[in-house]
Design a protein around this ligand. Sequence first.
Ligand SMILES: Nc1ncnc2c1ncn2[C@@H]1O[C@H](COP(=O)(O)OP(=O)(O)OP(=O)(O)O)[C@@H](O)[C@H]1O
Length: 730
Amino acid sequence: MRDSEAPLFRKRPREFFTCLSDQFPHKVEDENKIDAPSQVSLTKRLPLSEIPINTISPFSVNTSWSASCSSYPGDSGCNQPDVVSDGSSARATPILIENQYLFNSHKTQRKESKCSEPADYFSTTGLLDDDFDESILEEIDALCKQTSAIKAVRQDPNLSSNKNQYNNNISDDINTRTGSSTANEIIKTEGTLNCGDDLDPILEGKESLQTRRTGAMPKEYFKYLQSLNDMQREAACTDISVPLVIVAGPGSGKTSTMVGRVLMLLNEGIAPSNVLAMTFTTAAASEMRDRIGAVAGKEIAKELTISTFHSFCLQLCRTHAEKLGRTSEFLIYGHGQQRRAIIEAVRLVEKERSIQKDSAFEHDEISKCITTPQHFKDKAKKWQKLVTQAKSYGKTPTEYREMGDEIGAAILRNYNDILKSCNALDYHDLISCSAKLLSDFPEVFKECQNSWKAIIIDEFQDTSTMQYNFLRILASHRKITIVGDDDQSIFGFNGADISGFASFRNDFPNYKEIRLSKNYRSTRCIVEAASSLIQNNMKRCKLKNVVTDNSSGSKITVKECHNEEAQCAFVVDKILEMASNGSADNCPYSNIAVLFRRQVSGRAFQIAFRERKIPFNIHGIAFYRKKVIRAIIAMLRTTLPDCDDDPYRRVFKALLPFEKEEKMKVIGHIEKISVIRKCSFISAACDIFNAKVSGTFKRSQLTQGRKVLFTLEMISKLIHRLEKDLHLGW
Ligand SMILES: Nc1ncnc2c1ncn2[C@@H]1O[C@H](COP(=O)(O)OP(=O)(O)OP(=O)(O)O)[C@@H](O)[C@H]1O
């Protein structure tokens, strides 16, 4: 993959709103026709971090803004700061309140070329850098020599007792060590004797396997592996050629084990740029990189590819976009754009059906309906689920037709065609198209096999069927480690399928399974309560007991409250009691976390904390869901190159000072004009409010519409000025 010259664009050409293309061109192209990419760039491939996501803003004066500004959160799924400090916080170590898992599996990460720490993003070195330092080649040579030595040792007939090491796939805590744990035993038994510089080179004249395998191991790696418990170490040290399943209970040192596994892989001679680790969140990716960096050094950690599924697949799709009938600058459709594409798909199906009807009366009735946007919106709601499900399971229109669902098949086909004609993919497409690239294009498959010599998958329980299909092909060399826990599956709503474990066991029959069941994180009370609760889940893959050596800790209190206010008051009182100087707990605010299920509850806590002067941070994405924040973000998004209709629509919705009904009427009219004129939302708005289109707007509506346009223009100019200043170094 490193050698391929697939083009990636950093920026699209500057355009003005008058030449913006249609959001949904009405001409739907032939399903089977693969479009030739509109342009082929000879520019050097750029890291994912520098690749823009969507289309140009009419107000955008300078397209380089997106590459130089900080990423912003929002519908396009950009990086979000983990913690948002509340302005009222008086202390530096506030309480955290959280209602969301920090994840970004559905959102493509926008990464900054200048502002981010390298650890923040998908290291694309392995994929993209064509030239590298000669010294790395020397390092690789050294590592290769080491690997050959290891191989020679493995072929040593004296070690034949280890031959049947993988016959018994599952080893649990009381299992005897298999041959693969040789390194494990060495590390465990030799203690501080054999590590790096301290290694005795003579060892009574016997150059044992142990010495040869660990002799070259850097001291830090050795120390790290020693710090793991037996099962963790066994997992880390299992031979790379064995597909490995690590079933890791909560707080059982899963991340620590994965870090150990990567260190062992590096020690076995696999170059960091050939290691691929997939995590579910960018936070998890950066934690893993940091932890590896702390032992192996930041430079090595930077070279590893640690990425979310979507980031990785986005990169693969962009690199080979032309094979998918897209250009490398294809758009990624988020929820809103997906919904609008479905509405359009429904409209097209209805149109086709209405043409087929011959009754004049019926035709009139249908025509009337067809002209009502609300009609399609309502209809589209029904079909949205079908499309999302079809996409998450990788189902095709043909499959729906075969199941007898003609309309579903037609809508799905139209939806796919619309995305294709708009040069777009949705988030599910990123995965399915990546799988297609691997299965249909042998050269891509080969590139990937050469690039990713060892694959580690975190949170495997949350992989969807599509993701698993992709992995299965990607890991055809069988050098794969999956880590997960079916008890912790939380992405069922998004197609996560815990049967992936069963599929893995089936598809990789010589797998080895190791269970990590010792919890280091929680008190015994919590571990036991959680275990007894989860035992009620009849769908668990295999029963397992989580144990801990930790102390019992305080008992869990279950408090039933009549309503949310009472609940909030109870929690606030409890926090004040725990944090007070005289209390037995004397617990600092920063050690207290409040988890809540619904955003509204979060709001109640925020108000109560402010009133009672309890410092707090909001952890999670709820902050970015606030209307006002979304409006501000939308405004900023309009200044980005290639901004699509969504942010403009949101800005009008936020800024027009009318009642909801009037506001929707104005926005609806702009949308209608944009459809009729086949132009973007903002072009239509400009035409309407600059009185180029005669319409039914009242004077006040025209005035307010103009004000919104003026605001957008001001923001665009401000950003442009700021950017210019930055370029000039002021
Ligand atoms: N062998 C060990 N000995 C002592 N402490 C350990 C060991 N392994 C892990 N820990 C500690 O347990 C805690 C949890 O470890 P880690 O973050 O690796 O677990 P995890 O399984 O990834 O957690 P989770 O998935 O629940 O977030 C950490 O504080 C870590 O230092």
